[in-house]
Design a protein around this ligand. Sequence first.
Ligand code: COA
Length: 160
Amino acid sequence: MKKVLYPGTFDPVTNGHIDIIQRALELFDEVVVTVAINPGKSPLFSIDERVLMLKESLKDYKNISVDSFDGLVVDHAHQVGAVGIIRGLRAVSDFEYEFQMALMNRKLAGDLTTVFLMPHEKYTYLNSSIVRNLAGLSSDVSDFVPPVVIEALKNKFGRS
Ligand code: COA
């Protein structure tokens, strides 16, 4: 039974994240999607809102759980019994940051392996900031995020 951790800020979850989760499910028995507190970011959505959006978006998938944590990714991976950490690589620009993080996590916990997955190329230009910016300017984001996120963005920007 191989469990893997997929950490991220998920502010909000996008179809690119869902694509990575689907790919991870083909490789591992269980995927734990975990909302992290990244001290470098000021999220639009609270931790609870982000967890709820993930749960709703992933409700039709088996072998997935969603949680949150505050602390080191490697500690949480150990707590849930994961053998590794999933990260998405969209473009070369992701590489340096991800490479540093993977090597630091390996230094902190040599028993955990970081596995990089590439989402479908239609998601290479997508990130959560772009989605927030578009939604804030009343642009249609329905190609980029699950339905629950469209509603949450409308509520957040007062257009329910
Ligand atoms: N599709 C669409 N967007 C994607 C994506 C995909 N497949 N993969 C990544 N992204 C986007 C995210 O939406 C996010 O966009 P944003 O910056 O506009 O919000 C960006 O790429 C990267 O975010 P994310 O994957 O959520 O990572 P992060 O850098 O915010 O946080 C953590 C990564 C959560 C693992 C880490 O920073 C953290 O907080 N760790 C906790 C402390 C720790 O362990 N530190 C030691 C690390 S060495």
